[in-house]
Design a protein around this ligand. Structure first.
Ligand SMILES: [Zn+2]
Length: 435
């Protein structure tokens, strides 16, 4: 099926040769800079560096443009980065931060249509068609994950069930009665739902018509993907997006599940060393930086996403020419330093998810002077309940984590379903250290 016409939403754009794609990007980048001359924040930066749109002559010239950070968005809250008149704004979304005010993002009519278009491409490349029934288990509201995927699925022509997250009984009822084939869900809720089915004795392969899931909004590991696929009997496709760049639809996997294509006609992709701001080579992990070159209401130049990934060199078997990135391996601000060692939560997740006796929900707790405790649920069926076996298993998990992290955490195995479940993004790290 790979490469067949039916798998493309807009084949001409998706397979544009690199030279044409880069020329299109550059054109759109110049237009974007022109547009941003109306925004005082950017105008001041262009003046300071004496930059004019026509100075942008090659793809590398993007490096002459300033970075934009989350702090810049907050400093310009609520609407100082708006690049169109208020009358042209059709929608507001926000992105919550860990501190203070949210980031406010505006969309024009064309911006919303474009966002839906990019999601439609992603649906098509995984074989979703108008015959599918799409149940959107993401939060509707200020978070883009709900509404934007909804619009994308409608563009494809799927029947959309806007279920939102939570209430597993109702999710199940909808799936059974309306023949849901595709869902959009966070990895933590996918796990929770799989446990819910298992406890009810429902085999999704027999009782449900689910075939595929778009799983995103939180970084997760390849091991987690395999576990969700096995538990629900479906194909899981990784997706990446952020409200600052339309929401979902920035990058998605094709049927090959070999990295996520970034829609480069809409976003200029860079991966940089977060410390120096200089580009890293393909294959090397760094911070993802994105420039929206096809937005009207609020384009952003070189936005520092803080998400860590790397560019996958070379063409993809599907025929698309838009470059791919690896799954997000963490956020540069998620890194924990425990007893002088750099640790990413995803390393811990990878170890936990590779063990069949271990369940799907976990929390990393840091207290006192660098005491790390990993609290993790047991699998609902993978443990025999013997106390001495529990101690052995705790020891085994701690040893596996020590081998990965070079720090041995305390491991606390708890009953399946006993840790809190997030309806939106899961909070995996609780840092109560006294420093
Ligand atoms: Zn591909």
């Amino acid at each position: 099926m790979i490469g067949a016409n039916s798998m493309f939403w807009h084949e001409e754009i998706e397979t544009l040769n690199r030279a044409e794609l880069e020329a299109l990007q550059l054109n759109r980048l110049r237009e974007t800079v022109r547009r941003l001359e109306r925004v005082p924040f950017y105008r001041a930066k262009f003046r300071a560096s004496r930059l004019k749109p026509e100075d942008l002559k090659t793809a590398d010239d993007i490096r002459r443009l300033p970075f934009t950070t989350a702090a810049d968005l907050r400093a310009n809250y609520p609407n100082a980065l708006l690049a169109v008149g208020r009358d042209e704004v059709l929608r507001l979304h926000t992105s919550s931060g860990t501190t203070g005010k949210p980031k406010a993002l505006f969309f024009s009519r064309r911006d919303i249509d474009t966002a839906a278009e990019l999601i439609a491409r992603a649906f098509c490349m995984t074989g979703v068609t108008r015959r599918d029934v799409f149940q959107n288990m993401m939060s509707y509201g200020l978070f883009t994950g709900g509404l934007m995927m909804h619009y994308g699925a409608e563009k494809v022509g799927c029947m959309v069930i806007p279920s939102g997250p939570g209430t597993s009984e109702r999710q199940l009822l909808l799936m059974q009665d309306f023949g849901t084939t595709v869902v959009h869900v966070t990895p933590s809720y996918a796990f929770y739902f799989a446990d819910f089915l298992e406890k009810k004795g429902i085999d999704p392969r027999k009782s449900l018509t689910l075939r595929k899931a778009f799983v995103g909004a939180e970084p997760y590991t390849e091991e987690t993907r395999s576990k969700i696929e096995a538990a629900l009997g479906i194909e899981v496709y990784n997706s990446y997006g952020l409200t600052e760049m339309n929401g979902p639809g920035v990058a998605f996997e094709c049927e090959g599940k070999c990295g996520m294509h970034v829609w480069e006609d809409n976003f200029v992709l860079e991966v940089i060393d977060p410390a120096t701001g200089e580009p890293v080579s393909d294959g090397q992990t760094g911070e993802l930086v994105l420039t929206s070159v096809n937005r009207e209401a609020m384009p952003l130049l070189r936005y520092r996403t803080r998400d860590l990934t790397s560019i996958i060199a070379g063409p993809c078997a599907c025929g698309r020419t838009h470059r791919r990135i690896h799954r997000i391996s963490g956020r540069s601000d998620d890194m924990l330093i425990v007893r002088g060692v750099n640790i990413y939560p995803q390393q811990i997740e990878r170890v936990l998810m590779s063990m069949p006796q271990i369940g799907r929900n976990y929390v990393i707790q840091l207290e006192g002077l660098d005491e790390m405790t990993v609290r993790v649920e047991l699998s609902p069926s993978g443990f025999d309940g013997e106390v001495e076996h529990l101690a052995q298993l705790q020891n085994l998990v701690a040893e596996k984590l020590r081998a990965e992290l070079f720090v041995r955490p305390k491991v606390d195995l708890v009953a399946s379903g006993s840790l809190p479940v997030a309806e939106g993004k899961a909070k995996r790290v609780i840092d109560k250290r006294s420093m």
